[in-house]
Each structure stands twice: as C-alpha cells, then as structure tokens.
Design a protein around this ligand. Structure first.
Ligand SMILES: [Zn+2]
Ligand SMILES: [Zn+2]
Length: 224
C-alpha cells in the first residue's frame, strides 16, 4: 500500500517506503532494512545527518499504514491542543520530507543534465572526428580514381603502340622472302653500302684509267 510518498533517506537506497519504516526526531525516514542496521539501538546517530539519537522515541520503528485501532487509540485521552500539536509535528515531518524529495530530484535532474551535456559534447566531438576521417578517405579515394584513370590512359596508349607493332610485323610477314630476309636480318643496309662502295671503286679506277690513257695519248702526240 502507498506509504504517502516517502522515500528512504539513505542516498544509496532511495526506494519507496511502505509498511514498516524508521523515523527520527531530525525528520528523516528510512526503509525497514536500512533503519534496522543502525537505529534499533540507542544511542546511535542518524544515517542521513549524523544527529545524535540518545533518547527513547528519537528513533522509532513505525507502521506507515496503521490499523484503525491504532488510529483510534494513539491520541485517545489527549487534550485537543496536544492532539493538534501532534498533528502539526506530523505535518511538519511530511512537509520536510517532500522538500527533501524536491531537492533530491532537482539535484538528480542537474546531474543528469550535466551528464547529458558531457555525453552530447563527447558524441559531437566523435561525429566531427568521423567527418574529418570521412573527408580524408574521400580525398584518398579521389586520388586513387585519378591514378586509375592515368593508368587506364597509359594502358590505352601502350595498346595502340602494340597494335601498330603488330601491324608492322604482319606487314613484314607478307613481304617477299628476299626483301623480308634482308630487312629482317638487317642486311639491307649492308647490301646498299656494299653496292655503293663497289660502284665508287669501279668509278675511281675507271677515271684513273681514262686519265692514264689520256696522259699517254698526249705524251705520244707531243713526242711526235
Ligand atoms: Zn532504504
Ligand atoms: Zn537525521
């Protein structure tokens, strides 16, 4: 059953309290488990604020959902002003607890907000780093594409050169055997040089012989 909205004042616990609980004169309340560890013996100190608790009723184990008989008898016989004072102190306890809950929730929200801001900055930095890495990879990819395009162009040029060589080779294959042999063996140039040199020698000796004959003829004429 609902305890009235109290939460254990142990910061490590903070569970909703129902059934039996511990309350202190310093207006703190604890679940049965947390309170039983320190408040079942007097003297002791409040786990929330360290107030010294040394008298009876300064720390009480209460039923937050009391029976009708308890409600009927707890203030029975008391004067109205005493009953009102008891009720007023009970309301002050409840108001203080609600105020503590409000402060705790505000602190929790503040902590979550700060943590959210840290996480937001962390992921923003992460996104920016990933974007920088992505831009770097895009740049590398563009360079690789340009390299591939240059290689494709070079391959195309070499393919054309190879095709031209193949055409020349095919043309040589279809030439006359003699011409082909001469050109293929590199003898064509040697043949031309040999023939030119032979013609030169023949012409040289022929001119010399003609000059010898002419000289002999004029000498012969001159003597006569
Ligand atoms: Zn607790
Ligand atoms: Zn306390």
């Amino acid at each position: 059953m609902d305890s009235g909205g109290f939460f254990c004042n142990n910061k490590e616990c903070r569970k909703s309290i129902s059934g039996r609980a511990w309350a202190t004169v310093c207006s703190h309340v604890f679940c049965h488990s947390c309170g039983s560890k320190t408040l079942d013996k007097i003297p002791t100190s409040c786990p929330a604020c360290d107030t010294l608790l040394k008298k009876q009723f300064e720390a009480l184990n209460l039923d937050l959902d009391p029976s009708d008989e308890f409600k009927s008898m707890i203030v029975a016989g008391l004067r109205p002003e005493t009953i009102l004072e008891i009720a007023q102190r009970g309301m002050s306890f409840w108001t203080y607890q609600k105020y503590q809950d409000l402060l705790f929730n505000e602190a929790t929200i503040q902590a979550l907000t700060e943590n959210n801001e840290i996480l937001e900055k962390h992921y923003q930095d992460l996104i920016e780093k990933r974007e920088r890495d992505l831009n770097g990879l895009k740049s590398q990819l563009e360079n690789r594409v340009q390299d591939i395009e240059r290689l494709q162009k070079r391959v195309s040029e070499l393919t054309e050169i190879l095709a031209e060589k193949a055409r020349q080779h095919q043309k040589l294959q279809t030439m006359e055997p003699f011409e082909s042999d001469l050109l293929e063996n590199g003898s064509a140039i040697s043949f031309v040089v040999f023939m030119s040199y032979s013609l030169f020698l023949v012409s040289y000796y022929l001119c010399a012989y003609v000059r010898f004959l002419s000289t002999s003829f004029f000498v012969f004429i001159w003597r006569f």
